[in-house]
Design a protein around this ligand. Structure first.
Ligand SMILES: C[S@@+](CC[C@H](N)C(=O)[O-])C[C@H]1O[C@@H](n2cnc3c(N)ncnc32)[C@H](O)[C@@H]1O
Length: 324
């Protein structure tokens, strides 16, 4: 394998061809799908529109929304390789203050196609909007399905440092030998990755110098790091990674960082432009991103923003002493 093939600056093609390495299609996902061969994509990873009435979508009934998505998903199934994976990252649809966790609705669509759920990953983030009529939402989910029982899973590529690497077996034939794995532990199905709500994070912890470096004008961008873990665990070098709702190209960047071929469709010209700029910046070595696995900033308690305002102190003392 020549690992320079994709790491060196490459043409960004606007249409699929089997020899392309990066394809960014400007247009409707259905049009791109009609040009893709059966059984060709190793990983489909995306965050679809949530039907929330964001600037890139018209809000429709949840039934109509799911009907539209079902048609796309049937085509995604067709292009997914037999040993491939599909990762569907969603949050809540909200109507009249009621939440509809979208993964519950999507699950049935995937199961009708006989896809097999391997993990329902909780993407937990520490910041976001504070709600007043329900508990503030601090996670979204990522459903990882495979098409068959024979699928790529490179656990060693995504292990994380274990908390107690010095632990040893205390009985049995391995007594006294280290009980963990020298490459680290399985990252589990709860992923703590800094969220996309970067403005809020910035305002809450203004002295965190590294407020998220990836933020663009897209309102629903996800972090490169989130996709990288899927790319590393579920594909091999030069495999195709496809994001049908590519936004500003996050999945494509995660794929090329690890020497995979990549393709995305996006209907909004402004996001295509940003995605191209980000890809070029990656090749020029100027793209700012959070490195995979970088620990999340924890306030020490000494920062001004981590301290209770003087004028709240007596009220807070009363409240906490009543809770006993
Ligand atoms: C939740 S955002 C994805 C953002 C992306 N994960 C990122 O990090 O930039 C969904 C994207 O899908 C695009 N989109 C919605 N419907 C589409 C369609 N029918 N074809 C192509 N793109 C579409 C929207 O413009 C939006 O940018």
């Amino acid at each position: 394998m020549n690992s320079k093939t994709i790491f060196s600056p490459k043409n960004i093609e606007s249409h699929f061809s089997p020899n392309a390495e990066i394809v960014l299609y400007h247009g409707d996902v259905n049009n791109l799908l009609s040009t893709l061969p059966d059984n060709s994509m190793s990983l489909i990873v995306t965050s679809p529109p949530y039907n929330l009435g964001k600037d890139y979508e018209k809000r429709i009934s949840i039934e109509k929304y799911l009907e539209t998505q079902t048609k796309v998903i049937h085509q995604l199934y067709r292009v997914l390789k037999d040993n491939g994976s599909l990762c569907w990252q969603v949050g809540n649809f909200v109507e009249n203050g009621e939440i509809y966790p979208l993964d519950i609705f999507y699950y049935r669509i995937f199961k009708q196609l006989n896809l097999q759920l391997r993990n329902r990953i909780i993407w937990h983030f520490g910041h976001g909007l504070h709600t007043s009529n329900r508990f503030s939402g601090r996670y979204e989910t990522l459903l990882w399905f495979t098409k068959t029982n024979q699928y790529t899973f490179n656990l060693d590529s995504v292990r994380v440092p274990s908390k107690y690497p010095g632990k040893r077996h205390y009985k049995g034939i391995n007594k006294g030998k280290p009980s963990g794995n020298p490459l680290g532990k399985n990252p589990s199905d709860v992923w703590e990755i800094v969220a996309q709500d970067w403005e809020t994070a910035f305002w809450e912890i203004p002295n965190v110098k590294s407020n998220h470096p990836e933020k663009t004008s897209h309102s629903c961008q996800y972090p490169i790091e989130l996709v990288e873990r899927c790319v590393l665990a579920l594909t091999n070098e030069e495999d195709w990674v496809f994001d049908p709702y590519a936004g500003v190209g996050t999945s494509l960047i995660a794929a090329i960082k690890h020497n995979r071929r990549t393709i995305g469709s996006e209907k909004e010209a402004q996001y295509i432009d940003i995605a191209k700029e980000r890809l070029q910046a990656y090749f020029n070595g100027t793209l700012r991103f959070r490195p995979l696995g970088k620990p999340i900033h924890q306030p020490t308690g000494k920062e001004k923003v981590a301290q209770m305002p003087e004028e709240w102190k007596s009220d807070a003392q009363d409240l906490f002493s009543n809770k006993g």
